[in-house]
Design a protein around this ligand. Structure first.
Ligand code: ADP
Ligand code: MG
Length: 332
């Protein structure tokens, strides 16, 4: 049975960066404004995340590392209403099967912090620190499938950078254990453009276009109608113009605030640069899409980052057309 758990866990958490993504999302769900990450040996020896969020209530601690338990839904009917969709209460449980996991947490109401499972300790600020050590110590195949520490660390930095841009109000830092200076560091209370500049450099910002995109009128008319005025979906994009030419496409894609991948969106958005950018050069794109959580295909496992959703073709076409309009306008 524990072997089965380990195999399942290894599929959910297949590398340190995947574990970190789940941990960051938990910290964001807890409304943290500061998230500090420390990494040793590409995240295999140590992956620690310290936040200043709401903390974990004493009553929730025992269910923390149990599969399919979550504090984020109380009844099954709430499931479809939830605006995040990666929740399944599986992340921490999975990590506990394939690593040594410890938790120190304090809510506003607690006077003492709680360490691991209910061992009381001295003080700390409100928030939660989760420490993952010796990832895959009991799953040698997973361990063996990892790249070297520097490659795994690069993937970790990539995840942190993307979340930092998507959450410019939150201060992020990421460093190697024992190192004095962080490799990613953003202040709290920033804005998207500033965050992009801090992470991807000054040069990108002067070539950055910005669009807010909504459904076309006809789309909205045909499908909404009845109850409210809120659009079916909405999107915001920052993307480079013809002057910016990178070697490889950088795409930050968030759907309902979760970092995901969609080869269809990527292809469509790269398509708008055909004939605009010289052959062999690529853009930078950041797209945040919000859609009705009920329209996301829940059969796709939350950790499979490739997403599918209803009306995908229409939405993608509208996004690409709108962004292309901005791009062409600007480059005349
Ligand atoms: P899920 O996020 O799907 O609920 P997880 O396994 O990721 O499942 O986390 C389990 C539970 O642990 C969460 O529902 C939440 O109650 C608690 N939790 C985890 N990390 C944090 C954190 N950083 N701050 C507050 N609560 C947390
Ligand atoms: Mg989670």
């Amino acid at each position: 049975e524990s072997v089965i758990n380990r195999i399942a866990a290894g599929e959910i958490i297949h590398r340190p960066a995947a574990a970190l993504k789940e941990l960051i999302e938990n910290s964001l769900d807890a409304e943290s404004t500061s998230i500090k990450i420390t990494v040793k040996d590409g995240g295999v020896k140590l992956l620690q995340i310290q936040d200043n969020g709401c903390g974990i209530r004493k009553t929730d601690l025992p269910i923390l590392a149990e599969r399919f338990t979550t504090s984020k839904i109380s009844t099954f009917s709430d499931l479809s209403k939830l605006t995040t969709y990666g929740f399944r209460g599986e992340a921490l449980a999975s990590m506990s099967f394939v690593a040594h996991l410890s938790v120190v947490t304090k809510t506003k109401e607690d006077t003492l912090c709680l360490e691991s499972l209910l061992r009381r300790r001295s003080s700390r600020n409100d928030g939660t620190t989760i420490t993952i050590e010796n990832l895959f110590y009991n799953t040698p195949t997973r361990l063996g499938a990892l790249r070297g520490a520097s490659e795994e660390y690069a993937r970790i930095l990539d995840v942190v950078q993307k979340y930092a841009i998507h959450n410019p109000h939150v201060a992020f830092s990421c460093k190697k254990a024992g190192s004095a200076s962080p490799d990613v560091s953003t202040p709290s209370g920033s804005d998207t453009k500033t965050a992009i500049r801090m992470i991807y450099g000054q040069t990108i910002v002067k070539d950055l276009l910005h669009s807010k995109i909504l459904p076309t009128d006809s789309e909205a008319d045909s499908e909404a109608g009845e109850n409210d005025d809120s659009p079916l979906w909405s999107a915001e994009a920052f993307f480079t113009n013809a002057n910016y030419q990178a070697k490889k496409t950088v795409l930050l894609l968030f759907i309902n605030h979760r970092l995901v991948e969609s080869s269809r969106i990527k292809k469509a958005l790269e398509g708008i640069y055909v004939g605009v950018l010289p052959k062999g050069t690529s853009p930078f794109m950041y797209l945040s899409l919000q859609i009705d959580p009920q329209s996301i295909d829940v059969n796709v496992h939350p950790t499979k980052r490739e997403v599918r959703f209803l009306n995908e073709d229409e939405i993608i076409e509208r996004l690409a057309n709108s962004m292309q309009g901005t791009l062409l306008n600007q480059s005349q």
